[in-house]
Design a protein around this ligand. Structure first.
Ligand code: IPD
Ligand code: CA
Ligand code: CA
Length: 274
């Protein structure tokens, strides 16, 4: 693709990421009533549809055509097992990290809460993030140092300063939906201390909900870079904080993630510690 020098490369990448997310989102919307074959991956909570694969093909095709020298890490193509290998073997150039449908279980069940999530990283750090829910039309987008936006309007995290005022969200790893699992113990520790807890089922959108001040915190274990690459940039550009469970700055391969408006971060982190 010919780069518009005046615009700057990252602005061009930002525009492309938005265009690709809108196109893949349109596909998801059209195929909501026609999901095709649904396959089980690791267990009954871990599913993939024909539409996940088609969305990923569409996105990979666009990126390869427009940016043939950029690397791509995508969920259905790379799989969990070798994601880190793909990532660490890349050069310091630009890479695209894609979740073709974040919230596949919601998609399968017709729950209108799923997204296309596209992150662009440079030297391992997110520089562009786009998360699009094609059903509500909510397009969250951020560019490093240029702020975060929802449908073109700037967004900021909420002002709550205590857990008692905060609605927080979490989610299950496919392998962790069982009695007594860590997340269930953590929810138990939060009960009565936070205003309430939600499990929405699309981590990229959870991060955007914190970024736009609708909820105040989110934590999750066992996420992958395609769940978080876009959302963590949107969150930090909206003034939020994201760390691992010990308070270290979050990197895309950390096994735990705590995201918040910053003000309740320590309280949330200490409360869910097991
Ligand atoms: C899932 C969603 C969900 C989270 C799971 C993820 P997928 O992604 O983000 O909210 O709790 O751990 O695997 O499988 O729908 O792309
Ligand atoms: Ca996902
Ligand atoms: Ca997915």
């Amino acid at each position: 693709m010919a780069i518009n020098i005046k615009k700057g490369l990252e602005q061009v990448l930002y525009d492309s990421a938005i265009e690709y997310a809108l196109q893949a989102g349109q596909l998801l919307k059209e195929r909501l009533g026609n999901k095709g074959k649904i396959q089980q991956k690791k267990n009954i909570s871990d599913l993939v549809t024909e539409v996940d694969q088609l969305s990923e093909e569409l996105l990979r095709g666009k990126i390869q055509e427009d940016y043939p020298d950029h690397w791509i890490l995508s969920e259905e193509d790379c799989g969990q097992a070798n994601a880190y290998e793909v990532f660490k073997n890349q050069d310091s150039g630009y890479g695209w990290i894609i979740d073709p449908i974040d919230g596949t279980t919601n998609f399968i069940h017709g729950i209108p809460h799923f997204s296309v999530s596209i992150g662009v990283v440079k030297a391992g750090k997110p520089v562009i993030g786009v998360v699009f829910n094609p059903i509500t039309g909510e397009l969250y987008a951020a560019r490093k140092s240029f702020g975060a936006y929802l449908n073109g309007r700037p967004i900021r995290v909420g002002k709550e300063s205590t857990l008692a005022e905060a609605v927080v969200a979490t989610g299950f790893q496919a392998s962790d939906f069982k009695s007594g699992s860590r997340v269930i113990q953590q929810m138990d520790k939060l009960a009565g201390k936070s205003r309430s807890i939600r499990i929405f089922g699309a981590a990229s959108l959870d991060l955007c909900l914190v970024a736009s001040g609708k909820i105040t915190g989110f934590w999750h274990e066992g996420l992958n870079p395609w769940d978080t690459a876009a959302g963590v940039l949107i969150l930090t550009e909206a003034g939020g904080q994201v760390t691992d469970q010990d308070g270290n700055p979050y990197c895309l391969f950390h096994d735990s993630l705590i995201a918040s408006n910053g003000k309740i971060h320590d309280e949330l982190m200490k409360t869910i510690k097991l």
